[in-house]
Ligand binder design. Structure first.
Ligand SMILES: Nc1ncnc2c1ncn2[C@@H]1O[C@H](COP(=O)(O)OP(=O)(O)OP(=O)(O)O)[C@@H](O)[C@H]1O
Length: 756
């Protein structure tokens, strides 16, 4: 009601507009314009002359000074200048530009100080269904994107609206104009367009243009799109839009109780932190932003509880989320009011070890607290679904992969069969409690699950030669950052020092590491390396396979063939993200050949169906067999042998020392004497694993001096170029040593790379 009155007043001014004056004024202050919500403007009660005291409709009328109103299509904007703009321009309000309001002239930039000028065309008339349009109409009413003018010297306006203005202004000032017309049909607020322009995201990705309008119109969604195709913002943008449309100005919010509007569940901690950062980056371009926090294991729970109390958008891993929800009634009841539940990487989150907690969370969200009427909302009984608990909430489910059965279950095409192994998963899916009986299933990449700019290769090698080939690939394929996936934590533990000994900056990531060490590894991997020659390498288990968006990873190596086709898709998807290109290479041992063929066939099944036989590569569609120069590889062997010996000895000694300490402690507690030699005997057996035990025992027996000697030899080898087939016969009389000395990884002679 108040808003309507504000509008009437604004329209009144519009009729009295002085177009030319405002146009010239707009030119002068265009560099200082700022976006703000309509409620954050300094509306003042209109002083009604006594003679109008009884006039109908004047009660509660408010006015605001120093503000232009322009209309872009169906959207009304309040255009103003910041306190830094010319005071003579600020001090006097001269009316509104009718021409602009009627769309006769393109409006000036809707964004803040020196924000990228957003050019756009009118949203197309053909839009969503009538219901959709109704809902959109509602949203537009709530939203009314506004650009406010801080009347100079009005402290209230300055603090409410421009809290972040200086920072944003500084950042924006560096930007060129950004054309945003491709976003216009989606129907975003001008604030959001400004925020996207700031990120230089000039057009939506396929999943974004398909998913956002659907979510904005209040529907549930199951979204599938290739890795790196922008799924995070496909749910992030409509959630933030909803927040912008329904949130009070910052000043009022400080005093009112906060209630989160969205909960995003992520299967891994790293991904949860990344989503949080991604949404924060988006919101950095808004004049007022939602408070976004992550709730993940491994970090202080008390701090996260405090953050939750003021959070608007919560991103969490199921384990910690459940821990926090189950121990705090206030958190639980606040979360029951969320308007969006997002399940990211749904196929993993609903299936892997997160199962139990995910179930508890869903149950708790829908359970009505005593006296909590919100969840039993019977006022809206337009459909059966509407009366179900949780109906107020939209459910958005995203992943790059959904196996067929899961896809069908999610889309409601299969009957729930509450029996056997599948029982719990199906139960959980039911618990997602979609608002609609058939949530929309949107597949943005039906033919290929793999990113468009990804090249896939395969190297066949002996099972015991993988270390050698790994090293060779890292030297031969020029990369900025490489990510190596293994199937076991022990392999990560071994490969990391193995590559470090070879002077490659390698970092480890697996779930057995402390959370701070995990985050540190990622930070170091992401950091720019001062030695431009050296590319950094992250050795990880599948904990890094989902969702991680680290810039400039141009190579993914599967040291072990992944356990499933979906894992292959997600692992490979850490490169070639957004518009970038990248390479994924499988190291395939003889024992892995059959599962690898199956995997490739599965991943590229749809593409193969559309490809003529002549286009099939040696390994099938999409994956190219790489014939790496075996001679070259053999030149690298001496380095690899030394590095392996050093690594295995060091690890065996560390393990021995740990076991020794543990045994001593245990013996002390039992009050018995500890004799390592005696125990060595007791523990010997000839069964499985005895060979490894024996090797470890031998490695422990290696002296420190021997290790020192190996290190020296390796250092010497690394300081020399690798002679790639240049015959020394032709180098007679040449300083061969001089030619061969050089930086690690350099080659003497022509090297073809991997030919990808
Ligand atoms: N409209 C856009 N224009 C340009 N870049 C974009 C756009 N939307 C998102 N991006 C960028 O694309 C990258 C990948 O986005 P995101 O992490 O959301 O992908 P994803 O589809 O969730 O991938 P995954 O399946 O691996 O989780 C990010 O760096 C993001 O900043």
């Amino acid at each position: 009601m108040a808003l309507d009155k504000k509008r009437k007043r604004s329209e009144g001014y519009g009729k009295r507009g002085k177009a030319s004056a405002v146009r010239s004024k707009r030119q002068k202050i265009s560099a200082m314009k700022r976006v703000a919500s309509v409620d954050s403007l300094a509306w003042k009660q209109v002083e009604i002359p006594e003679m109008f005291d009884d006039a109908e409709g004047f009660y509660g009328l408010e006015e605001v000074e120093g503000v232009d109103v322009v209309r872009e299509g169906n959207t009304v904007k309040f255009v103003a200048a910041t306190a830094e703009s010319d005071s003579s321009e600020d001090s006097e309000f001269e009316g509104f530009d009718d021409a602009a309001a009627e769309g006769a002239e393109p409006p000036s930039a809707p964004a803040g100080p020196a924000a990228p000028a957003i050019s756009g065309k009118e949203p197309e008339a053909s839009g969503p269904s009538s219901e959709g349009r109704r809902e959109k109409g509602k949203r537009d009413k709530q939203k009314v994107p506004a650009t406010a003018q801080a009347a100079k010297g009005d402290p209230e306006l300055e603090t409410n609206v421009f809290a972040q203005a200086t920072d944003i202004a500084e950042a924006d000032a560096e930007k060129d104009d950004v054309a945003m017309s491709e976003w216009v049909p989606i129907g975003l607020s001008s604030q959001m367009l400004t925020a996207l322009a700031r990120l230089k995201f000039t057009k939506p990705t396929a999943i974004q243009s398909q998913a956002i309008p659907h979510v904005l119109n209040g529907h549930d969604l199951i979204g599938k799109a290739a890795t790196g195709s922008g799924k995070t913002l496909a749910f992030g943008i409509p959630i933030v839009e909803n927040w912008l449309a329904t949130t009070q100005p910052a000043g009022d919010r400080a005093t009112s109780k906060r209630q989160p509007i969205a909960l995003v569940l992520s299967p891994t901690r790293e991904l949860a932190h990344q989503i949080t950062d991604h949404l924060k980056q988006l919101c950095a371009g808004l004049s007022t932003s939602p408070y976004i926090c992550s709730v993940t294991g491994g970090l202080a729970v008390q701090k996260q509880q405090r953050q939750l109390e003021k959070a608007d958008i919560v991103i969490g891993t199921p384990g910690r989320m459940w821990e926090v929800m189950s121990t705090s009634n206030s958190v639980l009841s606040a979360l029951r009011g969320i308007r969006f539940l997002v399940v990211d990487e749904a196929d993993r989150l609903l299936q892997d070890g997160h199962f139990k907690e995910a179930e508890e969370i869903l149950k708790a969200l829908d359970r009505s607290a005593p006296g909590d009427e919100k969840n039993d909302d019977s006022s809206d009984n337009s459909s059966d679904q509407a009366t179900a608990p949780g109906h107020h909430r939209q459910t958005l489910v995203f992943s790059a992969t959904f196996n067929k059965a899961l896809q069908q279950k999610l889309a409601g095409k299969a009957r729930y069969n509450l029996m056997g192994e599948a029982e719990s998963l199906e139960y959980l899916l039911k618990r997602l409690n979609f608002r609609e009986a058939q949530p929309k299933f949107l597949d943005a990449n039906p033919v290929s699950q793999m990113a468009e700019n990804l090249k896939e290769g395969l190297i066949q090698c002996g099972d015991l030669e993988k270390d050698l080939y790994l090293y060779a690939v890292l030297l031969l394929q020029p990369t900025r950052r490489a990510l190596v996936f293994t199937n076991s934590i022990n392999t990560v533990r071994r490969l990391t020092p193995f590559l470090q000994n070879l002077n490659l900056p390698a970092f480890a990531l697996h779930s057995d590491m402390e959370q701070k060490a995990r985050l540190r590894s990622i930070e170091r991997f992401k950091a720019d390396n001062p030695d431009k020659q050296a590319s950094s390498v992250l050795i990880a288990t599948d904990v890094a396979a989902r969702g991680l968006d680290i810039p400039s990873i141009d190579l993914v190596i599967h040291y072990h063939v992944p356990r499933s086709a979906d894992d292959y898709v997600h692992r490979s998807g850490r490169t070639a993200r957004a518009a970038n290109s990248g390479v994924s290479i499988l190291l395939c041992g003889p024992k892995e050949a059959v599962p690898t063929q199956r995997l490739i066939a599965k991943v590229h099944a749809a593409a193969a169906a559309n490809t003529s036989r002549s286009k099939l590569t040696s390994s099938g569609v999409g994956v190219q067999t790489i014939d790496i120069d075996r001679r070259l590889v053999s030149h690298l062997r001496p380095r690899v042998v030394l590095s392996k010996k050093i690594t295995e000895t060091t690890l065996a000694k560390e393990k021995g020392a740990k076991e020794d300490t543990w045994m001593k402690q245990a013996a002390k507690e039992l009050g018995v004497e500890y004799d390592p030699d005696e125990l060595e005997h007791v523990g010997s057996w000839k069964g499985r694993g005895s060979g490894k035990k024996q090797r470890e025992k031998e490695a422990r027996a290696v002296t420190k001096d021997e290790v020192k000697q190996w290190r020296w030899e390796l250092k010497e080898l690394l300081s020399r170029r690798v002679n790639n087939g240049v015959s020394e016969k032709y180098l007679a009389g040449v300083d061969v040593d001089g030619l061969l000395s050089g930086a690690r990884g350099s080659f003497l002679g022509v090297v073809e790379g991997l030919g990808l």
